[in-house]
Design a protein around this ligand. Structure first.
Ligand code: GRF
Length: 199
């Protein structure tokens, strides 16, 4: 059974969706550890309620290299095959990314490369796009930038607010992340430059 390490900073609804897919048998994997850089992340409590190993490794005041080494050591200790960033609000250092090359995924609430960074749904709404959505991608050293595994589009409605649009995107995120994880775990893909070719 392939082992996932999940990194969160907050609510953890994407983590919970992954756990639900595993419980329902629609994703063949196990969650080895959930780690948050914030002790108060609600997702940590949710993970403990599910009987999972959930750890806080506070990042405050730590040098990035030092923090990332600590994080990587913890993930290796739990023998994770793939690392899923699920609302993890930190950039990872080159050293960390090299240690887990092509084994780190992120989910972002926009159709990348549009609207990287914070408040992607607000950026999309304010730009006036007609299609918004979400992206699961491999993580490289740049923010929200690595090779794209899967995307899902959501139509923007005239009466959308940041909240209503975010909620519809989030529903897609909860489906898409597990699909992308399944592809990566099964090895049913190849990397051709930036392109992730599905087999
Ligand atoms: C999601 O919108 C995700 O795409 C973004 O951060 C948010 C995390 O939400 N990276 P949650 O903590 O998974 O509920």
């Amino acid at each position: 059974m392939k082992r996932l390490g999940i990194l969160i900073s907050g609510r953890g609804s994407n983590f919970e969706a992954i756990a639900d897919h595993i419980a329902a048998g629609t994703l063949d994997a196990e969650i080895a550890v959930v780690i948050s850089n914030r002790e108060t992340a609600p997702g940590l409590e949710a993970a403990r309620r599910r009987g999972l190993t959930a750890i806080a490794i506070p990042s405050r005041g730590l040098d990035r290299e030092v923090y990332d080494r600590r994080l990587a050591d913890e993930l290796e200790k739990h023998q994770v095959d793939v690392i899923c960033l699920a609302g993890f609000m930190r950039l990872l250092s080159a050293g960390f990314i090299r240690r887990f090359a092509n084994r780190i995924l992120n989910i972002h609430p926009s159709l990348l490369p549009a609207f990287p960074g914070l408040d992607a749904q607000r950026q999309a709404l304010e730009h006036g796009v007609k299609l918004a959505g979400c992206t699961v991608h491999f993580v490289d050293e740049d923010l929200d930038a690595g090779p794209i595994v899967l995307q899902a589009a959501v139509a923007v409605r005239d009466d959308d607010t940041v909240e209503t649009l975010s909620a519809r995107i989030l529903a897609e995120e909860h489906r898409l992340y597990s699909e992308a994880i399944a592809i990566v775990l099964s090895g049913r893909y190849s990397l051709d430059g930036r392109r992730v070719l599905l087999r």
